[in-house]
Write a protein that binds this ligand. Structure first.
Ligand code: KG4
Ligand code: ZN
Length: 351
């Protein structure tokens, strides 16, 4: 921890300028305490034609986007950069080339403005996004269970306090968002396919094509088998009927979605049984999925759970969630020095 003494005093408004660049979204946000004043994200369309994120292209696009995105975030927030109390940035986990752009930019900005620097774990940020002011379900109380479901991660985390978290289970191979995106690719849909599978699923029959569920112990997940099953299934059916996918797209998507939601909900139920905790918060891009949202609302009614689903803009990668962690760390004077470096394999730990 740095010895930097912030020039703020207690009760003064804390303005955090936050930067996120872990994967393929360049984002900047300004927070006034826990309130988001601006949250600007540039998504990179370039990856669509490759069916997935190309790391080299992602870091180049971050280089192009970061200055205008930060500029816009400050403009929208309508504050002078002299008011910024600290710079928060995503240190990891993520792609090295992408993280380096945000990390270097944040370090320079902190030097230039002479304000402290705060490093943030991206997965912790997906969880702590629930503490941004104005969430539709309010904020969870400690302890709660968080399920982070994104293109890079699938975890069930026991959250005892803001910075006291324990991973109870995680994926042993593909992340759930990857399962969506790879299934979509098999069906000929563009990247990222998750939102499209979700869209078609809502109009299809979820019982049309049953897919086997993986047998993984504890609270861990596995999605690579499902992807292979879908691939073989599609290959087998298109050999008989070349138009099979086109003719059955909605039913296939609904069947994939149903299988994935059952996998996620089964593990959540198990985690609730094991811990006795019934407050459930979800985060990450797949939280935008209509199937998981419905399943959680049903569990709330039938099982007495209290569920927390963040606003859509705080589900997918965004800098506002980095900003809220920045705010919480600022209050603890938890700053880092200029020698901090990006950490692509930044494991979520309890401190
Ligand atoms: O959190 P996020 O923006 O980036 C990562 O940290 O990975 O998550 C992106 C992932 C992608 O895999 C995308 O397909 C998936 O979230 N996703 C969805 C939906 N919206 C985004 N998956 C299923 N249904 C959705 N509605
Ligand atoms: Zn993410």
């Amino acid at each position: 921890m740095s010895t930097f003494i912030p020039n703020s005093v207690k009760n003064e408004t804390i303005y955090i300028l936050a930067i996120e660049s872990s994967c393929d979204d360049t984002s900047a946000a300004v927070l006034s305490n826990k309130k988001v004043l601006s949250n600007v994200t540039a998504t990179q369309k370039i990856h669509e034609e490759y069916g997935g994120v190309v790391p080299e292209l992602a870091s180049r696009a971050h280089q192009q986007n970061i200055v205008p995105v930060v500029h816009q975030a400050l403009n929208k927030a309508n504050i002078d950069k002299k008011l910024v109390s600290a710079i928060a940035f995503t240190r990891g986990p993520g792609l090295m080339g992408s993280l380096l752009v945000g990390t270097s930019f944040a370090k320079s900005l902190s030097l230039g403005l002479n304000v402290p620097l705060i490093e943030v774990n991206h997965m912790q940020a997906h969880i702590l996004a629930h503490f941004i002011e104005g969430q539709p379900d309010g904020t969870p109380e400690f302890p709660f269970l968080a399920m982070t479901i994104s293109g890079g991660h699938t975890q069930i985390v026991l959250v005892r306090d803001y910075f006291d978290m324990e991973i109870l289970g995680e994926t042993l191979d593909d992340a759930v968002g990857e399962a969506y995106d790879k299934s979509a690719k098999i069906l000929g849909l563009p990247y990222p396919g998750g939102p499209l599978v979700d869209k078609y699923a809502q109009e299809g029959n979820p019982k049309a094509f049953p897919f086997p569920k993986p047998k993984v112990g504890d609270l861990n997940f596995s999605f690579s088998g499902l992807k292979t099953n879908i691939l073989y299934f599609v290959q087998r059916e298109t050999a008989k009927n070349p138009d099979f996918v086109q003719e059955n797209l909605k039913d296939i998507c609904a069947s994939i979605q149903k299988t994935i939601i059952i996998i996620l909900m089964d593990k959540l139920k198990k985690a609730v049984e094991q811990t006795g905790i019934t407050q459930i918060a979800i985060g990450g891009g797949v939280s935008a999925n209509s199937g998981i949202r419905n399943a959680l609302k049903i569990a709330e009614k039938n099982r007495g759970w209290k569920t927390y689903i963040p606003k859509f803009e705080y589900c997918t990668d965004n800098a506002a969630m980095i900003g809220i962690v920045g705010h919480l760390k600022y209050q603890q004077h938890n700053f880092v020095k200029q020698d901090v470096s990006a950490k692509p394999r930044y494991v979520l730990s309890s401190k």
